[in-house]
Design a protein around this ligand. Structure first.
Ligand SMILES: Cc1cc2nc3c(=O)[nH]c(=O)nc-3n(C[C@H](O)[C@H](O)[C@H](O)COP(=O)(O)OP(=O)(O)OC[C@H]3O[C@@H](n4cnc5c(N)ncnc54)[C@H](O)[C@@H]3O)c2cc1C
Length: 385
């Protein structure tokens, strides 16, 4: 059986982020990695947006960044000054091409295409079966999606489902300097729904319709919502659709086991999708950076949690509130953005605020509704136990 120091199963965002960050460590320690994915990863299958203060390892593939954002609800239009953050966009195809190039140049990484059939662990080794052949490693990192048996009596399960179009208009309609983070001026029938607009030039933008609800919508519903928004809010009648993106991100407070034995889970499979927002990219970066720094320090990849535990309760409470429909997402986010500085909100959503900062934010929110959601969520857990 062929043995590697590390096997990275799944070469999407998390697998490649880890592999790229490991490169200097692999060189100095002379270790070997097998990176496997079932696809070739050449398609522009998603666009990642996130905010950050500094430049990180993927700065060379940042496609666009904005220092100014807008938040729009039926009642008001807020211009958000997000300094010192910048809102950034990375296209999947650029990320895969860049990482593919860097990783294939290294003599410490073997990249293969194959279907991972099983992953298992013993005390001293992990095992991965790829297309019928078993490989072993000191440690296995996996971002391969894991199917969780739902426990609706205990936890909340919502989906963030969306369709986005990159549209090119015949005349200039977009302000290149300002992206729209959320615009609630769209039908709210299916659940909390908003559109975000990421302008790439005065005539080109990614316009994405997003819904938080238990089920996806029929295809035609996304089309109708996007057409209506482009016509009524962007006042654009004459445009071509250059690209389409469609996706689902799970939003749940169902706990996820971060690893077992010699297996460490990464990305969405490792629980790094924030339950209340679906943002994952930055959490993947923090997690993979922490793993590499641990490897450098101690030679093993086991790390303590990337975010303080209390953020799980905040996410669960917000999910509970959204599911209960006692308050709409529009009401919650409008209040949040109106009464707090954008910098504080972004820091909070990054799970990086202090308890004192969080208390200050909570004081500005709809206290009664949040308290009821917290109480109902606790009651649900107590009953289920
Ligand atoms: C369309 C879309 C847009 C998103 N936009 C954002 C965003 O703007 N901001 C943000 O923070 N998050 C976003 N997310 C959420 C999250 O960041 C992404 O899903 C991210 O790609 C998760 O990284 P990952 O490595 O966990 O999973 P993936 O990137 O999906 O990687 C998993 C990999 O495993 C491979 N794989 C699966 N099964 C097997 C198998 N049996 N054998 C071998 N390989 C296998 C897949 O081919 C894939 O490459 C988005 C998600 C989607 C779907």
């Amino acid at each position: 059986m062929k043995h590697f120091d590390y096997i990275i199963a799944g070469g999407g965002c998390a697998g490649r982020s880890l592999a790229l960050r490991m490169l200097p460590y692999l060189k100095t320690s002379n270790k070997q990695v097998l990176l496997v994915d079932k696809t070739r990863k050449i398609e522009n299958d998603r666009t990642w947006c996130f905010w950050e203060k500094q430049q990180d390892v993927f700065e060379p593939v940042v496609f666009r960044k904005w220092s100014h954002l807008s938040f729009v609800s039926a009642a008001e239009h807020q211009e958000l000054d997000i300094h010192p953050y910048q809102y950034k966009m990375i296209r999947g195809a650029d990320f895969y091409a860049y990482t593919g190039e860097q990783l294939s140049e290294s003599s410490h990484i073997s990249m293969i295409q194959g279907n991972v059939e099983s992953i298992s662990t013993e005390e001293e080794k992990g095992y991965v079966t790829i297309d019928g052949t078993q490989f072993s490693a000191d440690y296995v990192f996996s971002s391969i999606p894991r199917i969780r048996k739902k426990k609706p009596d205990r936890y909340q399960y919502l989906l963030q489902h969306f369709e986005g179009w990159t549209i090119e208009s015949k005349s200039p309609v977009f302000d290149e300097e300002r992206a729209t983070l959320m615009d609630f001026n769209t039908t709210q029938h299916a659940g909390t729904s908003f559109v975000y607009v990421l302008p790439l030039s005065s005539t080109l933008a990614l316009v994405e319709y997003t819904v938080f609800s238990e089920n996806e919508l029929p295809d035609a519903a996304y089309t109708t919502a996007l057409k209506q928004y482009i016509r009524e809010q962007l006042h654009c009648e004459d445009y071509d659709i250059k690209e389409r993106e469609k996706g689902i991100i799970p939003m749940s407070d169902h706990p996820i086991n971060p690893g077992e034995g010699r297996i460490i889970y990464l990305g969405t499979a490792g629980g790094f999708t924030k339950g209340s927002t679906g943002y994952t990219f930055r959490f993947i970066q923090k997690h993979t950076a922490a793993i590499v720094s641990q490897l450098l320090k101690s030679g093993h990849p086991y790390i303590s949690a990337v975010s303080p535990k209390r953020f799980e309760t905040y996410d669960a409470t917000l999910l509970h509130l959204l599911s209960s429909k006692r308050l709409s997402g529009e009401e919650i986010f409008s209040t949040l953005f109106k009464k707090n500085s954008s910098r504080q909100i972004l820091k909070f959503l990054d799970n990086e605020t202090s308890l004192m900062e969080e208390i200050r934010i909570f004081k500005t929110l709809q206290k009664k509704e949040f308290a009821i959601a917290l109480w109902n969520r606790s009651l649900k857990l107590i009953k289920a136990n």
